[in-house]
Design a protein around this ligand. Structure first.
Ligand SMILES: [Zn+2]
Length: 105
């Protein structure tokens, strides 16, 4: 069994010892009855990091999806144009003037 860190109980708590946060080891656990062994500060930090990473993942996913959609849009445009011959400058202009993929609903 893991060794439990303890500290003096804060005022109003009817016990002589309080379990400490398993992450920082400095603060009492936010909820002694819960299975979560962290203090309020460690829980809040985890939530902030989790939300930041979730948003970053969402952004990266959207960026990758945009690249994929743009590729398909340009390929579709060249499919539409068939066997026509283009200069590099014409292809450049076609790419620059392409409207871009639609935003998802
Ligand atoms: Zn903590």
């Amino acid at each position: 069994m893991a060794k439990q860190q303890t500290a003096a109980a804060p005022p109003g708590v009817n016990t002589s010892e309080v379990l400490l946060c398993s992450k920082c080891g400095d603060n009492p656990r936010a909820d002694g009855d819960s299975n979560n062994p962290w203090c309020k500060e460690c829980r809040a930090e985890y939530q902030r990091n989790y939300e930041r990473l979730r948003l970053l993942k969402q952004e990266r996913h959207g960026y990758a999806q945009g690249i994929s959609d743009m590729r398909e849009l340009l390929a579709g445009e060249f499919d539409r144009l068939g066997f026509a011959e283009f200069s590099a400058i014409e292809v450049r202009d076609l790419i620059r003037n392409a409207p871009g993929p639609k935003l998802p609903d």
